[in-house]
Ligand binder design. Structure first.
Ligand code: GTP
Length: 598
């Protein structure tokens, strides 16, 4: 395919505005898959994504489209996730494109992540085509949405396309607009190879597969390639494109989007953001790298069965290849034994990784409560970053502490401004600004601790605004805060994995709530067990886990052995997600209890 007939584009949108549905329609309309092959939401191939109805991993697909001008075009569509946790995936995908479809729901209008995504697309100098989706719905108001796009985003919406990814309205217009309005890639096949790695995954048969966008040059089977950042040299065993399943092709040329597999067995050799060139005739300059990805939320992951430690390590390494934002390092807990401290972009990211470890790698895990990274300034003048509350130095060693704050942008209908202000204030947010988007909707910005966002800010925001609030946030800075470590003692012994860092003024309240919650969660034990919450040596709350002798077999009079066995198995099943800490059996929920108190 000649470069002039290639178009590389992404679809960007706020969550649920219809990206995946639109991607399906484009695939169907260009005949990339026949009706029979077409499964609902083809691009959301991970089981988890289908169940949750959200896109987690960005996927790529090549479409062939015969335009009205009679020419055939190669359209490379890179689907992007919409959840705030996965913003980095969007940025990576955008760097491989010349244009983007901006999908806005005709019944909802511009939302917080619509804005965040558009800013990112503009940073990458992309041609943006506004698409107003869901015009089939009776409550659709495309004219109002057009005006919002112009007033709030500042894009010309006069030629926005009105579409319904559900019924197929406007799909043909979108395909024509991609061909006419998005520029062809500029690249030179004769220049030395310069290709951007924008994603990668591990295939059990082919080894590490890198998703690439070729800026200049060509690559094919047998070429010796070099990763510019890591210096790794490898032989290409296969190049191909996504339809959406990987299909081998004879070569990839400048402007193309596809994949390359080679003698790459080590997951660390392929770095997302790195530039690939040839060993023989390297390009003098690598491409500018991606914006660095820094995890914002940390938690401990421990195998329930300590024999699974190596399998957990292996699984984390494999997942990391596919996910530049996942970081981990070994850690030990007095209570939980050997495990890993893992860093994530947010709670959804954390949940997804945990679920994938359990489903795809059949691991049973205990996860500890998430924590942000605190900056601890010590009395000796040094500063340490703490991602695990258990590692906090003693109060005598601490001069002061700082915690991360975010700039949170909330968009809501006018009627809920009061509710947003109340929730934000309760969560230690500092009001920054308020702008009217139109007569009915307002955009508020707050400076608020990340730890509050992680806990329950968005849940409360959603429930107090009847689901109308949309939220986007980005890390702003670190600010000093009065923080203390809240410890939990079981049977008089502190359980390191249950410690949290809390705002000092909230400590007493949280301690009482947490002790009460743990009493509910921890099953009755053989002996009465005290649960205490403490700050330093001061006990601030106490509850008891009651004693109870669990004699499940007592119910089975008579000799029905199979019934007995079933009951015993059921009891064993229940125990799998328990961790014995000293003499106390603690279930998984206990480690998350801190998230359940307000
Ligand atoms: P994420 O991938 O999670 O960011 O969501 P998304 O933006 O891909 O949204 P998705 O395609 O999953 O669509 C969200 C919901 O809107 C689904 O229930 C779709 O069936 C529905 N939907 C999408 N497009 C249309 C449309 O044009 N009309 C109507 N009525 N519903 C639509």
């Amino acid at each position: 395919m000649q470069t002039k007939n290639i178009r590389n584009f992404s679809i960007i949108a706020h969550i649920d505005h219809g990206k995946s549905t639109l991607a399906d329609r484009l695939i169907e309309n260009t005949g990339t898959l026949s009706q029979r092959e077409m499964e609902a939401q083809v691009l959301d191939s991970m089981d988890l994504e289908r169940e949750r109805g959200i896109t987690i991993k960005a996927q790529t697909v090549r479409l062939n489209y015969k335009a009205k001008n009679g020419e055939t075009y190669e359209l490379n569509l890179i689907d992007t996730p919409g959840h705030v946790d996965f913003t980095y995936e969007v940025s990576r995908s955008l760097a491989a494109c010349e244009g983007a479809l901006l999908v806005v729901d005709a019944t909802q209008g511009v939302e917080a992540q619509t804005l965040a995504n558009v800013y990112m697309a503009l940073e990458h100098d992309l041609e943006i085509i506004p698409v107003i989706n869901k015009v089939d719905l009776p409550s659709a108001d495309p004219e109002k949405v057009k005006k919002e796009i112009e007033d709030v985003i500042g894009l010309d919406a006069s030629d926005a396309i009105l579409a319904s990814a559900k019924t197929g309205i406007g799909i043909e217009d979108i395909l024509e607009a991609i061909v006419e309005r998005i520029p062809a890639p500029h690249g030179d096949d004769d220049k030395p190879l310069k290709a951007l790695i924008f994603d990668s995954y591990f295939d059990a048969y082919k080894g590490v597969i890198a998703h690439v966008r070729l800026m200049d040059g060509k690559m094919k089977k047998g070429t010796k390639l070099k990763m510019m950042a890591t210096g790794k040299v490898f032989d290409v065993t296969e190049v191909g494109c996504f339809r959406p399943a990987p299909v081998e092709v004879s070569e990839l040329a400048s402007g193309d989007v596809g994949y390359v597999a080679g003698s790459l067995k080590n997951v660390r050799d392929v770095r997302v953001g790195d530039t690939i060139t040839t060993e023989e005739n390297p390009t003098p300059e690598p491409l500018p790298g991606y914006r660095g990805v820094t995890p914002m939320v940390y938690c401990g992951l421990y195998p329930v069965d300590s024999a699974d430690y190596d399998s957990l390590k292996d699984a984390l390494e494999k997942l990391q290849l596919n996910d530049a934002a996942l970081v981990f390092e070994a850690e030990t807990s007095l209570a939980l034994g050997f495990g890993f401290r893992c860093g994530f972009l947010g709670l959804l990211h954390m949940d997804v990784i945990q679920e994938r470890l359990e489903r795809e790698y059949k691991l049973k895990l205990i996860t500890t409560a998430p924590s942000v990274i605190y900056h601890v300034h010590k009395t000796d003048g040094t500063m340490i970053a703490i991602d695990n509350p258990a590692k906090l130095p003693t109060p005598q060693e601490i001069d002061f502490m700082e915690e991360p704050f975010v700039k949170a942008t909330v968009i809501v209908p006018n009627d809920y401004v009061g509710a947003v202000m109340q929730v934000s204030q309760d969560k230690r947010g500092e009001y920054k600004s308020m702008d009217y988007l139109d007569v009915n909707r307002v955009m508020l910005t707050y400076h608020i601790p990340l730890s509050e966002i992680i806990y329950d800010y968005f849940d409360i925001l959603k429930s107090t605004t009847r689901g109308y609030a949309s939220l986007d946030y980005e890390l702003a800075d670190y600010q000093p805060a009065k923080l203390v470590k809240l410890d939990i003692l079981l049977n008089g012994e502190p359980v390191d994995a249950l410690s949290t860092i809390v705002f000092a003024d909230h400590a007493a309240y949280r301690g009482r709530q947490l002790a009460a919650k743990l009493k509910e969660i921890i099953p009755k034990q053989m002996f009465e067990i005290p649960i205490q919450a403490a700050v330093g040596s001061k006990i601030i709350a106490r509850e008891n886990v009651r004693a109870f002798r669990k004699d499940v077999l007592a119910k089975c009079y008579g000799g029905d052995i199979s019934r007995k066995r079933k009951l015993l198995e059921k009891q064993k099943e229940g125990k799998k997600r328990m961790k014995a800490v000293g003499s106390v059996e603690i279930p998984q929920e206990a480690f998350m209890a801190v998230l359940k108190i307000h």
